[in-house]
Design a protein around this ligand. Structure first.
Ligand code: GLP
Length: 247
């Protein structure tokens, strides 16, 4: 695992965007696994800036998103469809047919999840998966205590996650209680993983994830077992890492 320290959020975003850019420049037909949450917003902004300058071309790229709230329409301002379009897709040239995000409105969740996994397989698997880190140590929406062995499935969100995500909703009661997420197994199948982490509020859970025991209680801890993980984090998020030999 590589841990890259950035001075601040902006620098974290640029470093992570550089890694994604390198992937797209070297392999223009890459399958990118994409993430939501507040942390990757700066990464998307940086990629858009380089795209505007003509340095990046996403026309051959396929994208698969990690997760979506269950029950939110794609045009709901807090849906991950809406997030991805407003923060990224509306500004770059990923063809619409190459964009894949779980459908949070389906009745037959089992079929939707199986379909989503099939899509990833047909695309040849994920080349580079971008991840944020939830306050509970979740990745995607894989909450603590879930089996490491799951592919795409529906999850009940933990109260702590509902609370953390309620900051984006006008009325906290509107926060969905369920989501569809790629499972840990789907995430671990990605060839490369890039996790971005920012802020002092994540320092404790980041240390547990990277240096604590590998346990479903801290879903991100499974990343210790992946052969190609890069974590780009700012100084605040790495605050508790000094004892682990990080300068
Ligand atoms: C949500 C998303 C995760 C994300 C997490 C952290 O729960 N499903 O993919 O990593 O939020 O979000 P933030 O970056 O806003 O702290």
């Amino acid at each position: 695992m590589k841990i890259i320290e950035a001075a601040d959020y902006r620098s974290m975003s640029r470093k992570a965007a550089n890694i994604i850019s390198a992937q797209v420049i070297l392999y223009p037909r890459s399958v990118l696994g994409l993430a939501t949450g507040s942390t990757p917003v700066g990464v998307y902004q940086q990629l858009i800036e380089w795209y505007d300058k003509g340095d990046l071309d996403f026309s051959g790229v396929q994208t698969v998103n990690l997760d979506e709230y269950y029950g939110l329409k794609p045009d709901h301002p807090q849906s991950y469809h809406y997030y991805m379009h407003t923060n990224f897709f509306d500004h770059v040239n990923v063809p619409a047919k190459n964009i894949h995000i779980p459908n949070g409105l389906v009745r037959d969740i089992t079929a939707e999840c199986a379909d989503y996994d099939r899509t990833i397989t047909v695309l040849g698997g994920i080349d580079l998966q971008l991840l944020g880190l939830g306050n509970t140590g979740h990745i995607g929406f894989n909450e603590p205590n879930e089996s490491f062995d799951k592919t795409t499935h529906r999850v009940a969100l933990k109260q702590e996650t509902i609370l953390a995500n309620s900051r984006f909703f006008d009325d906290p009661k509107e926060v969905p209680r369920f989501a569809i997420t790629m499972g840990i197994k789907s995430i671990m199948r990605a060839k490369k993983i890039l996790m971005v982490v920012s802020g002092i509020g994540k320092a404790d859970i980041l240390e547990k994830a990277l240096f604590g025991p590998v346990t479903p209680l801290v879903p991100a801890s499974i990343l210790q077992l992946h052969p190609d993980v890069t974590v780009v984090a700012d100084e605040d998020a790495l605050n508790l890492m000094r004892s682990h030999g990080l300068s």
